[in-house]
Design a protein around this ligand. Sequence first.
Ligand SMILES: CC(C)(COP(=O)(O)OP(=O)(O)OC[C@H]1O[C@@H](n2cnc3c(N)ncnc32)[C@H](O)[C@@H]1OP(=O)(O)O)[C@@H](O)C(=O)NCCC(=O)NCCS
Length: 172
Amino acid sequence: MHRTTARLVVRPPTADDLESLFTIYGDPATHQFNPSGPLRDLGQAEALLHVWLKHWEDKGYGQWAISTCEAPQNLIGFGGLDARMYVDVERLNLGYRFAATAWGKGYATELSQAALDYGFEELGLNEVFAVVRPNHSASIRVLEKIGMRIVDFLDDVPGQPPSLVFKARRSG
Ligand SMILES: CC(C)(COP(=O)(O)OP(=O)(O)OC[C@H]1O[C@@H](n2cnc3c(N)ncnc32)[C@H](O)[C@@H]1OP(=O)(O)O)[C@@H](O)C(=O)NCCC(=O)NCCS
C-alpha cells in the first residue's frame, strides 16, 4: 500500500502513528489558520486517528501518512483525499498538514499533485475539492500550483470571512 512520488513515501496510517500525529497536530504552528486550534491531548489524536482508520476501512482510501524517501521511518505530515460533508453534499476533499520543519520544500505541492493523480486515475473521480481560509496564502498557493481554482465560498467559521472552496476537474 506504499506509494512514492519523486521525494515522498505515502501509506495508509496505522495505530502506531499516534505519537507522530499528536506531535504534528498538537503543534500550534500547524494550526495557525485552523479556528479549532491544535489538538490538546493524546485522546483527541486517538479519536482523529480512529476516524481516519475507519474511513480507510469503509472506503479503501483516505488520509496518507507521509515521509521522505530518504527517511521513511520519520513521518513529516499527513494528507490526501477523504470524503467530507460540505453543507449537505459529500465531496472528495484534498487536505494536508506537514510538520513545520518540513515546510518550504515543495512537499505539500508534491503530495497534492500525487493525491489528485490518484483520485482521477485510480479512484475514477471527476472532481476534487479543497477548502482553505482566505488568509492562508501558502495553502492557497499550493492549490493554485496544482491547477485548482476557486469555485465557491463556504461560511464555515461564524463571524469570520468565508473559506475559499477550490476545485480540480479530471482532464479529458
Ligand atoms: C500550508 C502548507 C501545507 C504548505 O506546505 P509546503 O510544503 O511548505 O508548501 P510548498 O512548499 O509545496 O508550497 C508553498 C508555496 O506557498 C508559498 N508561500 C509560503 N508562505 C507564503 C506566504 N506567507 N505568503 C504567500 N506565499 C507563501 C511558497 O513560496 C510556495 O510557493 P512557490 O513554490 O510559488 O514559491 C504547510 O505550511 C502546512 O502544513 N501548514 C500547516 C497545516 C495547514 O495549514 N494545512 C493547510 C490547511 S488548508
